[in-house]
Design a binder for this molecule. Structure first.
Ligand code: AVJ
Length: 322
């Protein structure tokens, strides 16, 4: 029998909290936009295209590590886990693991409810017997899966957090998120996390300045998101994309720089002028050394069990336990 798809909505009933957050960032002296706002339908589509670009090495490199070490990695994972995919999208990365790990069930967590339908369908197609729960949640603000996980106390959670999404957070927030994951682990839970590593600057910068301009389109699209959410009137043609590596902080900084002086109105609540040359920070993408990320795991109360990497040390897959 086909199980009835189960969807739980844990999104805070405060969508304007997001709007407030977006507006506040844009009105700061140094304007910024939280990168989570990139991912509307068009943004998701553009991000999928980024992942297929020649210059964008992280997705391909991580997939290579997963392929090459799948058996080794799966041997290190708990048997019969509750497999929790954080930011599951359509669950395509989790799907590759199902032949190696046979989870008691899959819990897909994402902020995009549409994606969760795709996720449930993706698992049901091919693994119709496997229970899959979709959880609509902004886990960067709160992770609240205790009750769900407690339904199957004999099946420890394995948190799967691939793609170096953790790189979007500055150190204190990264520690806070990892701690929250740690609190969900109990004594037997695990974290399998993919992290982009420090490497020669030219390679990193090329990944965020692709020749086709897909990353530029992805970056500029966030202005359309802002227009919609805040009833604003950004003219995307007044801004240009750039991405620079900041070696002091080991991170890429993505910017939208005003090409001319541009006045933006936010509904009836605010107005801001961007001077020519002034920029909005739209994303930080932190790169770690293996030792640096180990330390971060430790600070969050995890112990690193193992790390797998590619021959060039461009990307790391870390397995951590309480
Ligand atoms: C999804 C945060 C891992 O930082 O590489 C890709 C997002 N931004 N190109 C990254 C992104 C521009 C990506 N993460």
């Amino acid at each position: 029998a086909t199980p009835i798809p189960r969807l739980e909505n844990l999104l805070s009933p405060d969508p304007t909290g997001d709007r407030q957050n977006l507006l506040e960032g844009l009105l700061q002296p140094q304007a910024s936009i939280n990168p989570k706002f990139f991912y509307d339908d068009r943004g998701c589509e553009l991000f999928t295209r980024i992942c297929e670009l020649d210059e964008y090495y992280p997705t391909r490199t991580e997939a290579g590590i997963f392929d090459r070490h799948a058996e080794d990695i799966s041997r290190a994972l708990r048997a019969d886990p509750q497999w929790v995919d954080l930011g599951c999208g359509d669950c395509s990365k989790t799907r590759q693991w199902l032949e190696y790990v046979s989870p008691a069930r899959v819990i897909g967590v994402d902020i995009a409810g549409d994606f969760l339908h795709a996720c449930l369908a993706n698992i049901a197609d091919g693994y119709p017997e496997l229970e899959c729960v979709g959880v609509i949640s902004d886990f960067t603000r709160q992770l609240d899966l205790q009750a769900l996980l407690a339904e199957q106390p004999d099946n420890p959670p394995v948190f799967f957090y691939p793609g170096s999404s953790i790189g979007n957070f500055a150190r204190p927030e990264a520690v806070r998120l990892l701690r929250r994951i740690r609190q969900h682990c109990g004594t037997r839970g695990q974290l399998l996390i993919g992290v982009d590593l420090v490497k020669p600057l030219a390679i990193v910068e090329a990944a965020y300045n692709d020749a086709e301009g897909v990353t530029a389109a992805f970056n500029l699209n966030v202005l359309a998101v802002a227009n919609r959410l805040l009833d604003a009137n950004f003219d995307a043609s007044a801004f240009s994309h750039s991405a620079v590596y900041d070696p002091r902080n080991s991170r890429i900084e993505m910017r939208l720089t005003a090409r001319r002086t541009h006045t933006v109105r936010f509904g009836t609540s605010a107005v801001r002028q961007f001077q020519r040359g002034e920029h909005i920070i739209t994303e930080h993408s932190h790169k770690y050394t293996p030792a640096g990320f180990s330390l971060l795991l430790e600070e969050a109360g995890f112990t690193q069990r193992q790390m797998w990497t590619d021959p060039e040390y461009w990307f790391g897959v870390f397995l951590a336990e309480p």
